[in-house]
Design a protein around this ligand. Structure first.
Ligand code: DX5
Ligand code: ZN
Length: 227
């Protein structure tokens, strides 16, 4: 599976023009909208919830774009059904935020969404050992979660290679694909290196939405072309 996908993180979008911002990246060719949910408890910031997800669902789904909900909340189980109802296509959560990882993953699938685990820079991939069959996506954080616009942590590249090896071994055995997404500090100058290390899905927040659309109409393409 050598398909690459860009997932613009709307965390860095202009929230006063959220609909226009999403329309712009969809028009530019994106097929994934990355949706960051922070609770001021698991991470030190507070963002958006199911209400906003529901508000952008039509816009995204009309053109076949997936809503990729990254939960940085604790606990996770209570909020999962709300996002499934609000139109989430993919729901990922951090293993530290769930007491029952297997159950939370199963709950996401039961609600008809794709499921995934998110790994902070220092969180070991061994959380995957017994749940590979329950994940559709693995999300590696390349910054500590909580804020957009941080610097890419280089040691993530080695971890990406490790995650790629796990996925390839699993796919060889089962024939099933698992997406490998990277999130944090991804931009036009490092995305090629990150792709080489094994990622197939790239979250980019400030690299895309950092410049207003009217001053940089090619802001999305700049990241895509560097891949
Ligand atoms: C960070 C979020 C990211 C963030 C990325 O906690 O999970 O999705 O928006 O922003 P950039 O691309 O600016 O690092
Ligand atoms: Zn994210």
């Amino acid at each position: 599976d050598k398909t690459y996908r860009i997932a613009p993180s709307i965390l860095s979008a202009n929230f006063a023009k959220l609909g226009q911002e999403i329309e712009d990246v969809i028009k530019s060719g994106t097929d994934i909208v990355h949706f960051d949910v922070m609770d001021n408890h698991f991470v030190p910031n507070l963002t958006i919830g199911p209400l906003v997800c529901d508000a952008i669902r039509e816009l995204s789904h009309n053109v076949g774009a997936l809503i990729d909900v990254h939960l940085m909340v604790e606990p996770v189980d209570r909020i999962i059904p709300d996002f499934a109802k609000a139109g989430a296509d993919i729901i990922t959560f951090h293993p530290e935020a769930s007491r029952h990882i297997d159950r939370s993953l199963a709950m996401i699938r039961d609600l008809g969404c794709k499921s995934g685990l998110v790994f902070n820079p220092a969180t070991p991939l061994s959380y995957l050992d017994y749940v590979m069959d329950k994940v559709d996506m693995i999300l590696l954080m390349s910054v500590n979660p909580g804020f957009g616009g941080q610097k890419f942590i280089p040691s993530t590249l080695g971890k990406l290679k490790e995650a790629r090896a796990r996925i390839d071994a699993y796919t060889a055995e089962t024939g099933r694909q698992i997406w490998l997404e990277v999130d944090g500090g991804v931009n036009a100058s490092n995305i090629a290196e990150i792709a080489k290390a094994g990622a197939d899905t790239f979250v980019a927040g400030s690299a895309i939405f950092g410049a207003p659309q009217d001053t940089d109409p090619n802001r999305y393409d700049t990241v895509v072309k560097a891949m």
